[in-house]
Ligand binder design. Structure first.
Ligand SMILES: [Zn+2]
Length: 85
């Protein structure tokens, strides 16, 4: 079989190295690489530690959590207002 090369699990890592130069210009390294093993990897370009990039579902999960928290805060603010009146 020729198409059996796709790994069952892969982990995308990104180098988040940024540096602000004296002139205010931001330069950084956005090196990305898919590793087949989880672990601590380092950028071959700048030596910075790579951090794992989470995929879609977990990002929206975080957003949803933040939204819920904001809604709860709004409700609690409303409660306090009602009690004061
Ligand atoms: Zn880098």
């Amino acid at each position: 079989m020729k198409n059996s090369k796709v790994p069952p699990l892969s982990y995308l890592y990104r180098c988040g190295y940024t540096e602000t130069a004296n002139n205010g210009f931001k330069k950084g390294c956005n090196f990305e690489h898919v590793f087949l093993q989880e672990g601590s990897h380092h950028c071959p370009l700048c030596g910075n530690a790579l951090s794992p990039v989470s995929d879609g579902p977990s990002v929206s999960e975080v957003l949803r959590k933040g939204q819920r928290l904001a809604e709860r805060q709004k409700k609690e603010e409303g409660k306090i207002k009602n009690e004061q009146e």
